[in-house]
Ligand binder design. Structure first.
Ligand SMILES: O=C(O)CCC(=O)C(=O)O
Ligand SMILES: [Fe+2]
Length: 216
């Protein structure tokens, strides 16, 4: 089986690009936000659906970064066409989950405003035995994602593991942080969270094209 693939690129964007992107996110009209339990989000590019996504044109400020990331080749020559903007206040997070089959096999994330710790868990179906497993016993490793970084998760990392963010105000850097050497943190650090905005940039392969048939 292919090893889990993770690319972590610190300082993928500059501070002024970060400020520009945050400004664009907060410029969006209020109805663009969906409030969820523990975070709020903006969906751009269309609503992904098993039958296909009715694609919507991305605004230029997102298209630019879709292009920049796609040019790395992480979507196998395709160009990202979907962006999820998540906003987490300190103490907020996202339950362990898999992203599902709509975007397979690559997910890329640009972080703005704050670091977070992304935690990975073995999925129940890949557990060695069928004893009930606690979240703690399924815990695999964490990745520290810093502001302005790019994270790319591919293939097995995407399929075999759940990912989540704990709803805490502070993260402790342990030896389970797999990308510590690529980050500016050190073992034993306590990192206090501020508001983090993440851009989850993906390629949705199955797209419905709205065809206009007006007359002939
Ligand atoms: O904010 C993040 O980095 C993770 C978001 C996420 O996992 C998702 O939207 O599916
Ligand atoms: Fe996710």
């Amino acid at each position: 089986m292919a090893p889990p693939t993770v690319y972590y690129v610190p300082e993928f964007i500059t501070k002024s690009e970060e400020a520009y992107l945050l400004q664009q996110v907060y410029k969006a009209p209020k109805p663009k936000w969906t409030q969820l339990l523990g975070r709020r989000l903006q969906n751009w590019g269309g609503l992904p659906h098993l039958n296909g996504m009715l694609a919507e044109k991305l605004p230029i400020w997102l298209q630019q970064y879709c292009n920049k990331i796609s040019d790395l080749g992480v979507f196998g020559g395709k160009t990202a066409n979907h962006v999820l903007v998540n906003e987490y206040k300190p103490g907020e997070g996202i339950m362990p989950h898999v992203d599902g089959p709509l975007y397979y096999p690559t997910v890329t994330t640009v972080s703005l405003g704050s670091h977070t710790l992304l935690d990975f868990y073995h999925s129940v179906s890949t557990a060695q035995d069928d004893l009930p497993k606690t979240e703690e016993s399924r815990y695999f490793l964490s990745l520290l994602v810093e502001p302005r970084s790019l994270l790319v998760l591919r293939d097995e990392m995407y399929v075999q593991f759940l990912h989540g963010i704990k709803g805490v105000n502070q993260d402790i850097i342990t030896d389970k942080v797999a990308n510590l050497s690529a980050s500016s943190a050190a073992l034993g650090d306590y990192l206090t969270r501020s508001t983090r905005v993440s851009l989850t940039i993906r390629h949705v392969p199955k797209v419905l094209r709205a065809t206009l048939r007006l007359g002939k």
